[in-house]
Design a protein around this ligand. Structure first.
Ligand code: ADP
Ligand code: ZN
Ligand code: ZN
Length: 746
């Protein structure tokens, strides 16, 4: 929209707008505009304003006839973009809550909540992305003569579309996908149809719900479903159900109720869990009212989903972490599947946890939040056990499947072949011969995690990260897994030039190599981030596994997430020991989740499954506990330990992270931070200590963790600390951030 106060209106009375801009500063910015436009400068609308040498898109947070700033210095607004606020009042409240909770600039929060195309300044994008776009358009049939209709008859498909339109206008997008864009274009070109741009009050999706056949709920499922259905106001549920217990079936049945009331459902899933198989399950049950949101979408696709959600043109959105920011016209329920998954926490810029944002949104909209997992996070478990959440449990596997048995295998004195014990090779062979599939997990991709000179002990490392290179055979090079740098494979030690160099440790490639040779009659496939690069690769692999085209599956974490492999009867975890000696207090929780989720892949159909953990520490109490008692008991014990150690979720933590290439500068900055922290009597803190990844891309990385028992107190203190730190002369030189409730110290 062009504004009335351009060159000609220098004398106009000015009013002032407060704008939240996507810059790393905790403040608003004032701009002027013609006071007679004050009605249209609404809170939540986007404006283009000059900032430094460029223009930025910001969000209006308020207007006034006067300003506290020096009037002469105030620049005028370049352009008001929206007629209607792009952020509804509830999304405005949400943005403010996020900014306060995560101690992050409001302008950056707003920007992060919008699809990229809606925050670009270029005038062309603005035009195509202002909210009334052709994408929201309806296709209408034109009034035509009988002769015209006879002409149209010649093209069967165009006639089909025309008839459909006579019955009722169609969403342009719908028409394009049902009849093809060419047919739509043909009809418009011949003037049989036209597009009308509308922002429908009420979406069309409720008339498109398909109610597919549902499973008969078992008694545990029935209780869960009834409890969730009965909630008439904000209620958070923790659905703790063992792997394969039918949690998804519970979601499907409670979603049905929500949809039938005309309300929308947002389902958050881990990045890796968002497979076509998952989406298909929802589509088969409810038809074409499902939209998908994930990182591989193009900017345009994202914009489309954002609009469908906001204008109620879709009933179900299944998305990864950032889907939690999607505007919902008619929020009815939020589900977080695999709620313990680490991918829900963003580990850079705005370090939010999608589960926490989801909880706030559910409370705000007064709807239900369903958190589901076989291995609930201790945070959610704590909330459930202290009755903040309603606790629902599914202890049995659905249908006829039973849970696999877990065993420890003592590795002491055992010669290994590519990291695998001989007794395991025997078991693998037995299972393969019976026509079953076998899973092998190792937390290392590549061939080997190090290349070592036997002569002088030199370890070939990335200098920028002080990190051993991983040997990759498939690409025949050495790669740094921290920064991604790589170099050619070397055959001579760089230091002493000896040819006596060798790899150390095992990664997925080596195991695949060994198993493929040893079990040449079977197909062995590798599933890690190298082998699944590319949009469709992982799904192709999963489908092939489902069709039994591969019998041996070797992989990393990717393998442990939610997949349904009915034919797997044996699962082996190669090195669990690394988790036992970690300095991260969450390591035992992560280990237990990994082992339980990984085990959950085995024995999912009517064949019983077995899980083996190879370890040099079989007597370790944690391992014993986990294997003998299972996640349910293990997690409660961990929670008690956290309680007595005064650690989260019983305490509130905020971390300060600092990175710089000069360690001394980091120390000086962080010493100042410590002085600031020391002023808060109810805060304790540790640090600075080196992060798990101590150096990356030439920068050293350090962390200080502050903690207290009251969330309010800690947040308020850290807000002040951040403010004071930003004034420090080193602040602009450092890369530093505040991480509220950090989940990872690497
Ligand atoms: P989860 O989400 O807990 O891992 P799923 O919902 O995927 O479990 O269910 C595991 C398997 O059990 C699926 O094949 C599903 O179709 C089946 N299933 C779920 N509920 C029932 C039920 N009530 N009766 C029979 N089979 C069921
Ligand atoms: Zn050497
Ligand atoms: Zn590196």
């Amino acid at each position: 929209m062009s504004l009335s106060h351009s060159k000609t209106s220098k004398q106009a009375t000015l009013a002032y707008v407060q704008v939240a801009l996507p810059v790393p500063l905790h403040r608003m910015f004032a701009y002027s505009f013609d006071a007679k436009d004050i009605q249209i400068f609404q809170k939540g609308c986007r404006v283009v304003v000059p900032f430094g040498k460029k223009n930025l898109v910001g969000i209006i947070t308020g207007t006034a006839h006067t300003t506290d700033y020096e009037v002469a210095k105030i620049k005028s607004v370049v352009e008001l973009i929206d007629n209607e606020p792009i952020f509804s009042p509830s999304m405005i409240t949400l943005a403010k809550w996020i900014a306060d909770f995560y101690i992050y600039p409001l302008g950056e929060v707003y920007a992060g909540m919008l699809p990229v195309l809606l925050r670009k300044v270029s005038s062309e994008t603005l035009k195509t992305t202002s909210v009334e776009l052709p994408l929201l358009a309806l296709l209408h049939a034109n009034k035509v003569t009988k002769e015209d209709v006879i002409k149209l008859h010649k093209s069967k498909r165009q006639y089909g579309l025309f008839q459909a339109l006579q019955a009722q206008p169609l969403l342009l997008k719908q028409a394009k996908s049902d009849f093809s864009p060419a047919i739509v274009k043909g009809l418009i070109d011949k003037a049989y149809a036209h597009i009308e741009q509308t922002v429908p009050e009420q979406g069309l999706w409720p008339t498109h719900i398909v109610l597919g056949e549902k499973k008969r709920a078992n008694p545990e499922q029935a209780i869960a479903i009834a409890s969730i259905n009965q909630a008439s106001e904000f209620t958070a549920f923790l659905l703790e159900g063992v792997t394969g217990s039918g949690k998804t079936e519970v979601y499907l049945q409670v979603i049905e109720e929500v949809l039938l009331q005309g309300n929308q459902v947002l389902i958050l899933v881990p990045e890796i869990g968002l497979t076509p198989q998952t989406v298909r399950r929802f589509q088969q049950r409810f038809g074409d009212i499902v939209a998908v949101w994930h990182s591989a979408l193009t900017d345009h696709e994202r914009l489309l989903v954002w609009q469908q959600a906001k204008y109620n043109q879709i009933g179900i959105i299944i998305g990864t972490r950032s889907a939690v920011f999607l505007p919902l016209a008619k929020p009815g329920m939020i589900i977080v599947d695999e709620e313990h998954d680490e991918s829900f926490k963003q580990q850079d810029t705005l370090r939010y946890h999608a589960r926490d944002v989801a909880a706030y949104r559910a409370m705000q909209a007064n709807i239900s939040l369903v958190l589901g997992s076989a291995t609930p996070s201790l945070e959610s478990l704590h909330n459930a056990l202290s009755h903040k959440f309603r606790h629902l449990t599914l202890k049995q596997r659905a249908g006829s499947a039973s849970l696999p048995t877990q065993h420890l295998l003592d590795l002491t004195g055992v010669p290994l072949e590519a990291g695998i014990a001989p007794s395991m090779l025997v078991r693998i062979e037995q299972q393969l011969k019976q026509g079953n599939q076998v899973l092998v997990y190792v937390n290392r991709r590549g061939y080997a995690p190090a290349l070592i000179c036997k002569q002088c002990g030199h370890v070939e490392s990335c200098i920028d990260c002080d990190n051993p290179f991983t040997v990759h055979l498939s690409t025949h090079n050495l790669q740094c897994h921290r920064c991604g740098q790589y170099q050619d494979y070397i055959h001579k030690c760089r230091k002493c030039h000896s040819g006596n160099i060798t790899t150390q440790g095992t990664g997925t490639e080596q195991i695949q190599d060994m198993l493929a040779k040893r079990f040449a009659d079977f197909s062995c496939v590798r599933i890690d981030s190298d082998s699944t690069r590319g949009k469709r690769k992982l799904n192709e692999l999963l489908t092939a596994i489902g069709e039994n085209k591969h019998q041996l599956l070797v992989g990393t974490q990717i393998l442990s997430k939610g997949h349904h492999f009915p034919n797997v009867t044996l699962a082996i975890i190669l090195n669990v020991d690394s988790f036992l000696f970690s300095s991260d207090f969450r390591a035992p929780e992560k280990l237990a989740q990994l082992v339980t989720q990984f085990s959950g892949r085995a024995g999912r159909a009517n064949k019983p499954g077995e899980v083996w953990l190879q370890s040099y520490q079989v007597g370790h109490p944690l391992l014993q506990d986990l294997v003998n008692n299972g996640y349910e008991q293990f997690s409660r014990l961990l929670l008690q330990e956290r309680n007595s150690a005064n650690l989260p979720p019983l305490a509130w933590q905020v971390a300060l992270r600092v990175e710089h290439s000069d360690r001394a500068l980091i120390m000086s900055f962080m010493q100042y931070a410590n002085q600031l922290l020391a002023q808060f009597s109810q805060l304790t803190f540790v640090g600075p200590f080196p992060a798990g990844v101590e150096k990356k891309q030439t920068r050293f990385r350090f962390i200080t963790v502050a903690q207290g028992s009251s969330h309010k107190y800690v947040n308020k203190a850290m807000t002040q600390v951040k403010q004071a730190l930003s004034q420090h002369k080193l602040a602009p030189k450092m890369r530093w951030s505040i991480d509220v409730m950090p989940t990872d110290f690497s």
